[in-house]
Write a protein of this length. Structure first.
Length: 180
């Protein structure tokens, strides 16, 4: 809940362009790619290596849906078929350039461990159920075909964002100062 309600923005770089994303959820996705959380990526990499014909389907509900959406964006690239809008796992060179995806922290004087990478070119897709507002409209368009979002029409969480809260505040202030 605290991560959802952080309601602040951060910039996510994708193909040399900055997109606005939910700051708390983006921090959670980055943590999964670094430190102790990289076990997740190591497990995915091992499974994809063991099963060379498999793709990757990620799913999450609420906060988890937002986290896997950003995680998939960081690990994917558009596929070769523009008609399907499909995405595939990205080549390691396009992963974030920060010290992410390291197998562990280097010890005194030892060479840094190899980066953990997913096999490239595998189909990847996300099913996010009731996630909070996570991506800017421009990032949603840039990743069309990667994420399927399912929202119950009465669920409040997907409708909340910093922009929505600012709009509600502005309306409340207008009503407060309206003397008629």
């Amino acid at each position: 809940v605290l991560t959802d309600m952080t309601c602040d923005y951060d910039d996510m770089l994708l193909n040399g362009r900055a997109y606005r994303v939910h700051k708390g959820i983006y921090a959670s996705a980055r943590r999964l790619l670094s430190g102790q959380g990289c076990r997740v990526v190591a497990t995915l990499a091992a499974a994809l290596e063991e099963f060379p014909t498999y793709g990757l389907v990620m799913t999450g509900h609420s906060l988890g849906g937002g986290v896997v959406s950003l995680l998939a964006i960081m690990l994917s690239t558009p596929g070769n078929d523009p008609e399907t809008c499909a995405f595939v796992t990205a080549a390691p060179s396009s992963y974030p350039s920060s010290p992410l995806l390291l197998a562990g922290s280097p010890g005194g004087g030892e060479a840094p461990p190899p980066r953990i990478t997913l096999p490239s070119g595998r189909p990847i897709h996300v099913y996010a159920y009731g996630p909070p507002a996570t991506l800017s409209a421009s990032l949603r368009l840039a990743t069309r075909g990667l994420i399927t979002t399912i929202v119950n029409g009465t669920d409040l969480v997907p409708s909340l964002s910093l922009g929505t809260l600012h709009d509600l505040q502005a309306v409340a202030l207008v009503f407060k100062t309206d003397s008629s």
